[in-house]
Design a protein around this ligand. Sequence first.
Ligand code: FDM
Ligand code: MG
Length: 212
Amino acid sequence: MVKRGAFIVIEGLDRSGKSTQTSLLRANLEAAGIPTELIKFPDRTTAIGQMIDSYLKSQSDLDDHVIHLLFSANRWELASTIEKLLTSGTTVICDRYAFSGIAFSASKGLPYEWCRAPDVSLPAPDLALFLQITPEAAKARGGYGEERYEREEMQRSVGEIFHRIGAEIASEGVRWVAVDAGHERDQVEEDIWMFVKPLAQGVEGPIRRLWP
Ligand code: FDM
Ligand code: MG
């Protein structure tokens, strides 16, 4: 049976080391000879992505429902690209995905079920890694930036909703693994590699869909 590429999602709070670790993971996969593509959500380069960027920088204001739908639309813009890559045998790493979509919008008070709806039938990851860090440790790493949502209270409630998502999707059959991101960079890199390595040679079976 021909194998397809693995779909790996990395989630976490701000300052949890997502960008560093997604780059290290890509380098490790490439060093192992695995064709790999790294996609970051939001993808701020598209027309929708530019609206999201302007909102995050507080250069524009949008209704909470509207920005939620734009984040989801931004994933839909890339969904067929992700599918093509996976089918052609490329491993895809996403830095944030639909789980961030729910965690951040539900933190603002939008109903959890409503937040899940627009992402129904997007490609589902074969593995979701959650980089776990306390808001205190994240803050100690140099503080949050200037963008919307980069505040301790917000990060705390986002973290709580991520836990709910993790429990829920694990019971639905998506592999959700929490990695302790409070460790040294090399240790976190090694822990992530331990989970990804078994998938690196490809995955059998069709691409699954959210929410399984
Ligand atoms: N974010 C990200 C959301 O609110 N919804 C989403 O669907 C996604 C993908 O955007 F605060 C939030 C999370 C974060 C902000 O993300 C920008 P980066 O990773 O800091 O660029
Ligand atoms: Mg950020």
